[in-house]
Design a protein around this ligand. Structure first.
Ligand SMILES: [Zn+2]
Length: 424
């Protein structure tokens, strides 16, 4: 059986890290955590006592194929960014571009220890197929706008074809946002999600203007809107951004099936504001972490996202005790995985998926790192460049700069060509 040997193991159910070997069964689950160098089996990775093993990072809101649009529009407000730059470029995207952008994103994600992501876009068969080839875990949906039966049918066909595939793909429904989907359509989508037992991924109150629309035009509170459309009753609901969800209404979305996805860097870069994460965590809301797409971040780097999330709320509220390193590691692992519906991913324990980020802690930045302070070292000192290897469902996808399931030169060369296609 595959063994990850002699690593310093930490997940968010542990106070201190512990040295050990992680044994993986043929289904790609963790079958045991044993004392260091005691496990027998096929050693797929030897940490030599100077590697941390944490659950693979989970990017809970992104649009992977937007790597092809990276840098295309900078320093504009969200609506202008979308309408003058992003939507016209997206009109030119063909399935091959979507595939190419997704592959480019996966190279970046797995080199930084990301094992799982939630994605909303179109031509999603391409993204599903790329995730299966790379070996990543993903929750995918087709972005739905207007009252468009064709798009909804594409989303349902995606579910038919890929939901549950290899135990690594979940298909959700993807109503884009309250400003692009009419209320009746949203209610219909929520009904279908309940009937078909599918999760929903939705952009939610990213900008202040959306909140004003609820107050001035819809004349309804955002939480009541979610309740009345049935969105709060779908099996799993990912509410991306949630920057402007009123703090005094957070109790109404504090449900086991609802996850608010914090996207701090995209919100900062687009000048959207900062989400009330202090209040969310205070209430015990399930909060996950995401990068958003590469056109608005521009990195798909969960380390950068964790560090930003841990720092920004301390600064805004002038309170260094807020949003701890352990909080953000929870957001970036088990909170995201469970929010998507992967109920056995995000912890390093027997019976759970062997999804791991293996992090070199031998370098200068980690002098002083030990079993008690590992999470803080990872979040405040660590970077994605410290990731030595990435494992999903017990399979090594990346190790010491080498990709096991993809050819990075070929993917990058093709992406350069495709970028020229869509910008000429
Ligand atoms: Zn988004």
């Amino acid at each position: 059986m595959p063994v990850v040997r002699d690593v310093l193991i930490w997940d968010c159910e542990r106070r201190n890290a512990e040295s050990g070997d992680i044994v993986i069964d043929e289904d790609g689950r963790i079958s045991a955590v044993l004392p260091s160098r005691s496990a027998k089996g096929d050693v797929i990775f030897d940490g030599g006592g100077e590697t941390a093993a944490i659950p693979g990072l989970v990017n809970s809101h992104t649009h992977v194929s937007m790597t092809l649009l990276r840098g295309l529009a900078e320093e504009l407000p969200l609506m202008e960014w979308l309408e003058t730059k992003i939507f016209p470029a997206e009109d030119r995207l063909l399935p091959r571009h979507i595939r190419s952008g997704a592959e480019l994103a996966m190279l970046e994600m797995i080199s930084g220890g990301t094992t799982c992501f939630a994605d909303m876009y179109y031509f999603m068969r391409e993204v599903a197929s790329a995730a299966l080839t790379f070996g990543m875990r993903a929750a995918l949906c087709r972005g739905l706008t207007g009252d468009d039966a064709r798009k909804l049918n594409e989303n349902l066909a995606l579910a038919e074809e890929f939901n549950g595939r290899d135990g690594r793909i979940i298909v959700q429904l993807g109503p884009h946002a309250p400003y692009t989907v009419p209320r009746e359509s949203l209610a219909r989508i929520a009904g279908i999600a309940r009937d078909k037992n599918l999760g929903v991924h939705f952009h939610w109150l990213e900008t202040e203007g959306e909140l004003e629309t609820f107050r001035n035009e819809y004349k309804i509170s955002p939480s009541a809107y979610l309740e009345q459309t049935g969105m709060l009753d779908v099996p799993k609901l990912l509410l991306a951004h949630s920057v402007w969800h009123p703090s005094d209404e957070l109790g109404r979305v504090n449900r086991a099936n609802v996850t608010l996805v914090h996207n701090p860097k995209s919100n900062l870069k687009l000048g959207s504001g900062y989400a009330p994460v202090r209040e969310m965590l205070g209430l015990g809301v399930n909060v996950a972490l995401g990068t958003d797409g590469a056109a608005s971040n521009n990195r798909l780097d969960m380390w950068d996202e964790m560090r930003t999330a841990a720092l920004m709320h301390k600064g805004y509220h002038r309170d260094p005790t807020l949003v701890s390193a352990r909080d953000v590691l929870r957001m970036a692992t088990v909170a995201g995985a469970s929010g998507m519906g992967f109920s056995d991913a995000g912890l390093i324990k027997t019976g759970w998926q062997a999804d791991l980020a293996l992090v070199d802690i031998s370098g200068p930045r980690y002098v002083g790192c030990d079993a008690a302070n590992l999470p803080e070292f990872l979040v405040y000192s660590g970077t994605s460049r410290d990731v030595r290897a990435t494992v999903v469902a017990g399979k090594l996808l990346y190790k010491d700069g080498r990709y096991m399931t993809a050819d990075p030169e070929e993917i990058t060369a093709k992406a350069k060509e495709h970028r020229r296609d869509i910008t000429k």
